[in-house]
Design a binder for this molecule. Sequence first.
Ligand SMILES: N[C@@H](CCC(=O)N[C@@H](CS)C(=O)NCC(=O)O)C(=O)O
Length: 220
Amino acid sequence: MTRRLHHGWESRSTRSLALLYEMGLEFELVVHSFRKSLYNDDYRKLSPAGRVPCLEDGDVVVFETGAITEYLVETYPECGLGRLPGDPERVEWLQYLHFAETIGQHIATLTQHHVVLREDWMRSPTVMKYETMRLKRTLGVLEQGLSDGRDYLLASGFSAIDTNIGYSVYGAAHFVRLDEFPAVAAYWARLSERPAFRKALPPEGAERLYHKDFYELPDA
Ligand SMILES: N[C@@H](CCC(=O)N[C@@H](CS)C(=O)NCC(=O)O)C(=O)O
């Protein structure tokens, strides 16, 4: 059976890539370039909006990071990274899974403004400040959730939501200094030591989405 992940380095598909490595499943990695549109006929048959990630797992094709995470942990429960219906942490697990995309929407807007829109006149400093403030508010939720000193978001330990939220923290750190959020900074330090996360980040020479470690607000 062929298992294949469609990925773009440093994009949200990093969540699915880290998860596949964490689960120890075999797969082929197809890396797409953001310099070329993903909106072409062949790829649209798999991911109609032309987005990454998209997972092919035999006959199953699934796009959306949250759906891929749920599909993988339910299809391969022996990996133990989901919290399936009936588990006391199920609701908390689901909430964080989807909260990864609440954080993700601010990162996407900030990435458009700081990285994709290349000319100053195209960018809105007002939107950039507002989205940075809203992104900080979401990091505050993680800070609170980690404030009892736990290593990962659930009291029971590492799970697939840490791959989804983990990427959101990675993206957020390009726009917000994590020292304002010490528990989140320690959480990211812990995640980034995991072999799966290290392998999911771009290798030397790969086409990157971010060209800087940190993007300052226009008049900061
Ligand atoms: N909510 C989706 C977002 C997917 C998405 O928009 N991915 C971006 C990369 S972070 C993409 O493929 N962008 C290409 C484009 O917009 O052309 C998910 O979580 O999978």
